[in-house]
Design a protein around this ligand. Structure first.
Ligand code: NAP
Length: 246
């Protein structure tokens, strides 16, 4: 049985800024209790703590570290009693030509984007399995589908997330748990600061809807996927890129 939104608890990783903050904001606006984590606090976190003392919680956690990720999920279950929605949003890009890429960059990107997502999902799925309901969204990227010069490590991890989504949808579907990926195009967040103005203008020109995306564009799609209105969509990769890849 799917609980009404007011009784539902959502865990969003990396919600202190950027896209994650947009997803937290949207879920709070709809009445969810929202737990989020990142390595450091932001002013936005303080605002939510004051505004929603009974519906919002933040803890520092590095989800690329197994013990931290598992402890964080345990803390959320202890505080809120359940997890209905998991949004695996925390991610890092790491740019560079493959021939010049050092081990540190590969480890950083793989450890957070793939291993961190697996650690959090493993721990959260245990509580969802026990309740026989839940919704998981993995934030992947159009770069995992179409590729981008200088982002081979990042795109490898994002394609991996889409594979994970499809397998988990098959594994967890019979227990009432949906698993989908949302693959954003280029958004104006700190992550896209690596792109120069010319690259951003070129992306805008090539995008049928004529602009870069913002966090709200993507958050609305995530909110639908995890809502009680999504009764039959699982194992899918939803591209939210203003038509760039169409
Ligand atoms: P962002 O602005 O860099 O924000 C990343 C968030 O994740 C921050 O809250 C950050 O906080 C947190 N984080 C980073 N490392 C972490 C760790 N080890 N443990 C826990 N939290 C961690 O990035 P964004 O642009 O919002 O990206 C969010 C997601 O969207 C990522 O998965 C990204 O790949 C995906 N995406 C982004 C774009 C884009 O154009 N921006 C496009 C497609 C997909 P701390 O640094 O304090 O930990």
């Amino acid at each position: 049985m799917t609980a009404p939104i007011e009784a539902r608890v959502a865990l969003v990783t990396g919600g202190s800024r950027g896209l994650g903050a947009g997803i937290v904001e949207d879920l709070l606006a709809q009445g969810y209790a929202v737990a989020t984590c990142s390595r450091s606090r932001t002013d936005q976190v303080e605002v939510w703590e004051k505004e929603f003392p009974d519906r919002f919680s933040f803890l520092s956690a590095d989800v690329s570290v197994e013990a931290d990720a598992t402890r964080y999920v345990k803390d959320v279950v202890q505080r809120w009693g359940r997890i209905d929605v998991l949004v695996n949003n925390a991610g890092v890009a790491g740019e560079g030509m493959i021939a010049l890429t050092d081990d540190g960059l590969i480890d950083r990107v793989v450890d957070l984007n793939i291993k961190g997502t697996l650690y959090v999902t493993r721990a959260a799925s245990r509580t969802m399995l026990a309740r026989r309901s839940g919704a998981i969204v993995n934030i992947s990227s159009v770069v995992g589908l179409s590729g981008y010069r200088g982002l081979s490590v990042y795109s490898a991890t994002k394609a991996a997330l889409d594979g994970m989504t499809r397998s988990l949808a098959r594994e967890l579907g019979s227990r009432g748990i949906t698993v989908n990926s949302v693959a954003p195009g280029y958004l104006r967040t700190e992550m896209s600061h690596g792109l120069d103005e010319d690259q951003l203008k070129q992306i805008e020109r090539r995008t049928p809807l004529g602009r870069l995306g913002d966090a709200q564009d993507v958050a609305r799609v995530v909110s639908f996927l995890v809502s009680p209105d999504n009764k039959f969509m699982t194992g899918q990769v939803l591209v939210v890129d203003g038509g760039l890849s169409s």
